[in-house]
Design a protein. Structure first.
Length: 134
């Protein structure tokens, strides 16, 4: 599913950030594909998605700290809220209490809003800082 995650409109033209978003998209697609698989396989794929999310946030947050991004704390709070949402879906996803397509669509929409809003602002600031240091 992840229609929002695959949209070219969400590309921010920052290699690290776009690669992180693409890794999330790939992990989400694998998770959705596991809808007919065993609980163990679904659980492994859920955790790969969660790991991809956490790794992406860590990379992005390190970049924020490096440039002393003024909205870092707000952005990091958003990351934690999204992570809480992902964690709250663990049991329903793994135990097939919620169709994977619905769970993926929920996560996708929240991530897309975050990318279009907070990530886009961060990348604009980041690109401005990069231009100043060249």
């Amino acid at each position: 599913y992840m229609t929002y995650g695959s949209s070219e409109k969400l590309k921010l033209y920052n290699k690290v950030i776009d690669n992180g978003h693409f890794a999330l998209y790939k992990a989400a697609m694998k998770l959705v594909e596991s809808s007919d698989d065993s609980v163990n396989k679904t659980e492994r794929r859920y955790h790969k998605f969660l790991d991809a999310y956490i790794n992406h946030c860590m990379e992005e947050e390190a970049m924020m700290m490096e440039i002393r991004y003024i909205y870092a704390q707000q952005h990091i709070s958003s990351h934690r809220l999204i992570q809480e949402m992902i964690l709250s879906l663990e049991r329903p996803i793994i135990h097939k209490q919620l169709p994977l397509k619905i769970a993926a669509e929920m996560m996708s929409r929240v991530c897309a809003l975050h990318i279009k809003d907070e990530d886009a602002i961060f990348v604009k600031v980041l690109h401005g800082v990069e231009r100043k240091t060249e």
